[in-house]
Design a protein. Sequence first.
Length: 273
Amino acid sequence: MILFPAIDLVAGRVVRLERGDRSRCKVYADDPVAQARAFAEAGAEWVHVVDLSAALEEDEDARAANTAAIKAICEVEGLSVDVGGGVRSLARIDELVGFGCARIALGTVLVTEPGFAEVAARAFGDVLVADVAARDGQVRVNGWREDVSRTLDDVVSELASLGFRHLVYTDIARDGMQTGIDVDAYRRVAALAGFPVVASGGISSLADIRALAQAGPDVIEGAITGRALYEGAFTLEAALAAAGPAGALARDAADAPAATGAPATAKQEVRLC
């Protein structure tokens, strides 16, 4: 199972939101490239980067700062970049491919412009990831602010029919809350899609990561973790071990926050956005 440590960006800073709420935002680092490098040095092979400024349609300066950060993160040696947030045009996909992004997630446009989704899937194939977020079974778009009156089941089935073969499913109610994960929900989404999915939202412990790994490669391709890492619930090294073959190599003792060793997060006082 791939473990994706997350870097969420607002105006070039590393942040986390609670349940996607911009008003509940914490800054964890001012240097996203240093954060990406720390993840790579801890053993990560992938990083999940979200351009929140683009997703939330913030001002041009904020979006330019994020674009510069994404480009620089792509230059970190040994790290493959999975990026999303506000990707709504073929030109933006082209730009991100040019930076060296290995995967590019599409969210809102998959639902609001299905014709675009079909064209993009044909043009970019395996590079693209369907990014689907839902609350209580209803899909939400535009930075999770809008309900589009479509069910999760309907959207996932449609995207699979368009040819998407990577899908991130975010449980909005759990995202950024460290409340734990619902493995059965991911089993259902994977069954609908016909391929394994990436789990996002709610990871709070190594037990959660092991539970996802133990669901098997037909259900879970990977898992994204952010706030739990930044707030020291576990180290990235322990999380990577837990994501190994069925989670079997993770030590039971690693369930507690590490008492020694530097965490793979940029050391900085956490503050509100």
